[in-house]
Ligand binder design. Structure first.
Ligand SMILES: Nc1nc2c(ncn2[C@@H]2O[C@H](COP(=O)(O)OP(=O)(O)O)[C@@H](O)[C@H]2O)c(=O)[nH]1
Ligand SMILES: [Mg+2]
Length: 442
């Protein structure tokens, strides 16, 4: 990792806007900008945190009028010297300022490189760095709240606690290594077993938030299914608020699955409209139905759409399914059957009740409600599973009465796996993978 480099990038979106912000970070940040900046004072001689008005000039041309803010290491986002240059938001202007900076000794920043430097300089742990991108890409308020909590260090805190518990257990175990010929004395073994159990429980409860984390980051997978012509595509259109899917009275209109993103009550959803399920010998339709079933398997919540006109047998809703009785405008019965949500896709009556029913079906995880707690991502899940396996191995080794060194080896591996979550990662590949998903300039 070349941190001697000074990096520069546009931090605001590329395009016309009120303001464009260019960020420069590294040991030469102030010197590089001073080569282009012309103001009453040089940035070098101004105190940190002050905002200076001036012009950006290069080879005799005035490029823009700007405001520069200097942050001195280590009190900056990256932990290095940082200059933030706010200029006029125009593609050409921002580009020309950036080019002048690159000619003056900075190099273009890689995606996420500012945040990566913040991590490497100990300004944040890895879960906080990941939360930066989660926050930027949040599609719903609940997702943003969860990301903000993680950015605050809430997940990091839980993991650190886990780590220190594992460390205590390890210290306990290693005390026995001093007398290897005696093995682990029975009393210590009892304490160790207890510590192991509590560690395993803590890992398990963190792992239980994986589903919640995935839903918050990628959206809840909501699959609409039912017989042809029941009004599945009409329901998708009603949910997204425009004519996304083709609707017709001809059964079998929807052949392939259709996916749309939307937000309901601050929670991001991925709604999937599917091909109707019925007896058929048409190859295309059969393939469509195969896809329907596959989507149903991967769904977080399913909506089964019944047609009020057809008077199907009424299936009561269960577990993660909501049953909707659609076309209520044509319903001939007296009262609506229990256990189903009455709906009319033509005028939207019943939609609120449907959304409420969907919300009840979402598993809010074992730790608490959406956005108010920690929710791990798939990388954390991978590390925790690894830790869980090593903790189990530790337990088995203890029961076998192995030499304490061997038991300690397993426990140490569990500790390493837990540490990887917050960033005790010496693997550059993993870091690269995480930060490459970031925007440039972040
Ligand atoms: N009367 C009435 N017709 C509906 C309602 N919802 C959908 N339809 C009609 O039912 C037919 C089938 O709808 P569609 O959404 O294509 O059903 P799909 O095959 O399940 O996707 C279309 O002619 C729709 O206009 C409703 O609530 N009331
Ligand atoms: Mg359809």
């Amino acid at each position: 990792m070349l941190q001697e480099d000074t990096i520069a990038a546009l931090a605001t979106p590329y395009g016309a806007g009120a303001i464009a912000m260019i960020r420069v970070s590294g040991p030469q940040a102030v010197a590089v900008v001073d080569k282009v900046f012309v103001g009453r004072h040089r940035l070098e001689s101004s105190s940190a945190g002050r905002v200076l008005l001036g012009r950006m000039e290069h080879r005799g041309h005035v490029l823009d009028e700007v405001l520069c803010t200097v942050f001195r290491a280590p009190r900056s986002y990256t932990g290095e010297d940082v200059v933030e240059i706010c200029g006029h938001g125009g593609v050409v202007v921002a580009d020309s300022v950036l080019r002048a900076l690159l000619k003056s000794g900075a190099r273009p920043a890689e995606p996420g490189e500012f945040t990566q430097r913040a991590f490497l300089h100990g300004k944040m742990d890895l879960t906080q760095a990941e939360a930066v991108m989660d926050l930027i890409s949040a599609r719903g308020e609940a997702s943003a709240r969860a990301a903000a909590a993680q950015l605050e260090g809430r997940l990091g805190h839980v993991v650190e606690k886990l780590r220190s518990e594992a460390l205590t257990a390890l210290a306990h175990l290693e005390a026995s290594i001093d007398f290897p010929e005696e093995g682990i004395d029975p009393e210590s073994a009892i304490i160790l077993r207890k510590r192991l159990r509590s560690l395993q429980a803590a890992v398990a409860s963190l792992l239980a938030t994986a589903d919640e984390g995935r839903m918050l980051r990628e959206g809840v997978r909501l699959v609409i299914y039912g017989k042809p012509n029941a009004g599945k595509s009409s329901l998708l259109n009603l949910l997204v608020g425009y004519d996304r899917a083709m609707v017709s009275e001809i059964p079998g209109t929807t052949r392939d699955t259709i996916e749309e993103n939307l937000t309901l009550r601050g929670i991001p959803f991925r709604v999937i409209d599917t091909a109707g399920l019925r007896e058929s010998s048409d190859a295309l339709e059969l393939e469509g139905m195969r896809r329907t079933r596959k989507q149903m398997e991967n769904a977080d919540v399913t909506i089964r759409v019944l047609d009020a006109l057809v008077e199907e047998e009424m299936v009561e809703e269960t577990g993660r399914e909501v049953v909707v009785l659609n076309k209520m405008d044509l319903w001939k019965g007296d009262e609506t059957p229990a256990g189903v949500v009455p709906l009319c896709c033509l005028d939207g009556r019943g939609l609120d009740a449907l959304v409420a029913a969907i919300m009840v079906r979402i598993d809010l995880g074992s730790l608490g409600r959406f956005g108010e707690t920690v929710a791990i991502n798939s990388r954390h899940q991978y590390c925790l599973r690894k830790a869980q396996n090593f903790l189990e191995e530790t337990g088995r080794s203890l029961e076998r009465g192995d030499a304490p060194e061997l038991t300690a080896l397993e426990l140490r591996s569990a500790l390493t796996a837990i540490g990887e979550i917050v960033g005790a990662v010496d693997n550059e590949e993993i870091l690269g993978e995480i930060f490459s998903t970031f925007c440039i300039g972040k």
